[in-house]
Design a protein around this ligand. Structure first.
Ligand SMILES: *Cc1c(COP(=O)(O)O)cnc(C)c1O
Length: 362
């Protein structure tokens, strides 16, 4: 490959990363991206469609997304000036990194601390901004290693600590007392608790926001049936939100998405509850059946299962793919992820087909 003319202009970190690309190709059953299955009632579907199709396309959308932020505030028991809204929590993560990136005392560059494995966007989004990333391995039970986190905080001096709980891809919640210890060890950093999967979990750490000034929460509607709308949020102190708002693109949420997401949060919560019940029931069934087949499955608090294969994970992945079923493999990452697959809970039918097929590769 020849060197492009603009290479002297490119941020050097880009050489170390690749664009986020979901697996290409056509698959009958996609259980790779933690989307929820399409289980909306016909009535709810029609109402979302109507909200998306409403008129007024010649004007810019509400710059403050006031209705939507009000709906998010009601949904999260916060006030509207504590809500920052983004095109998915991905954009909120980008805004955090864009605003809180002043180098601290030890390094010429800002730094974040997070766990490994975890959601890739913390790392990717930091790297493209020239922010250093320290990744602390989770312990053997995929829970927080407090001692490791404390060392990273002391020596790394992070600007932001990102913790996903429940975590992706492990499906585990971080123990609250450990989360507290991390927060208390880092009073000068912002600790971002990402609860993208909280709807499927039996615990939440959202209340820690009131116990500590340096905590903010992330939320999203992507995992509860509305990934296409690209609406996520941060809940934090109003002075933090005011600062973050300065790096937000003024019209970041398209009007149809503002309207539809407001409808989802205000009026479609029965549909969401029905979806969550389906997912949790199916998740437990998949866990049991996979365990009976001899796979290792970590108890999940999310809409996916974290599966340990006995054969090389790529063999199982390829076997499923050859049968039209796409899951996520972590084989490339090696180490203790070498034999791990992440499988999203789908419809009952999709899960049946997955279980039938994966049985041949147990
Ligand atoms: C899927 C996921 C998100 C999603 O973000 P959106 O941009 O809102 O779709 C955020 N955090 C975690 C941990 C996730 O797994």
């Amino acid at each position: 490959m020849s060197v492009p003319w603009f290479s002297h202009l490119v941020r050097p970190e880009l050489a170390t990363i690749e664009a986020y690309v979901p697996h290409a190709g056509r698959f009958d059953i996609r259980l790779d991206a933690n989307e929820s299955p399409q289980l909306l009632s016909a009535d709810a579907h029609q109402r979302v469609t109507r909200a998306l199709g409403s008129s007024g396309f010649n004007r810019y959308p509400d710059v403050n997304a006031t209705e939507l932020r009000q709906a998010i505030a009601e949904h999260t028991n916060s006030s509207v000036d504590e809500v920052l809204v983004g095109a998915g929590s991905d954009e909120v993560i980008a805004m955090l990194l864009g605003a809180l990136d002043k180098p601290r005392t030890k390094s010429p560059r800002a730094r974040i601390v997070t766990t490994t494995p975890t959601f890739v966007m913390y790392r990717l989004s930091a790297k493209v901004r020239g922010i250093d990333v320290v990744e602390v391995p989770l312990d053997a039970a995929w829970n927080l290693d407090v001692a490791g986190m404390k060392r990273a905080i002391e020596f790394g001096e992070p600007n932001i600590i990102f913790l996903a709980t429940p975590n992706n891809p492990t499906g585990t919640c971080m123990a609250e007392d450990r989360v507290r210890q991390v927060i208390e060890a880092a009073p000068e950093a912002l600790v971002v608790l990402d609860e993208a999967y909280v709807a499927f979990a039996n615990t939440s750490v959202a209340h820690l926001r009131h116990a500590y000034p340096n905590v903010a929460l992330l939320g999203t509607i992507s995992k509860i049936g509305f990934a296409a709308l690209r609406v996520g949020w941060l809940i934090g102190a109003s002075d933090l939100v005011r600062e973050l708002n300065k790096v937000r693109q003024p019209y970041n949420i398209p009007l149809p998405c503002q309207r539809a997401a407001t409808l989802v949060l205000r009026e479609l919560q029965d549909d969401v509850r029905r979806l969550v019940t389906h997912v949790v029931t199916e998740r437990e069934r998949m866990t049991q059946e996979l365990q009976q087949l001899g796979f290792g499955v970590t108890p999940s608090q999310t809409n996916f299962v974290w599966v340990e294969t006995k054969r090389p994970a790529t063999e199982v992945f390829d076997g499923l793919a050859a049968n039209g079923i796409l899951v996520r493999s972590f084989a490339k990452q090696g180490g203790r992820l070498a034999n791990r697959l992440r499988v999203t809970v789908g419809t009952q039918n999709e899960n049946d087909r997955f279980l039938e097929t994966v049985a041949r590769f147990a």
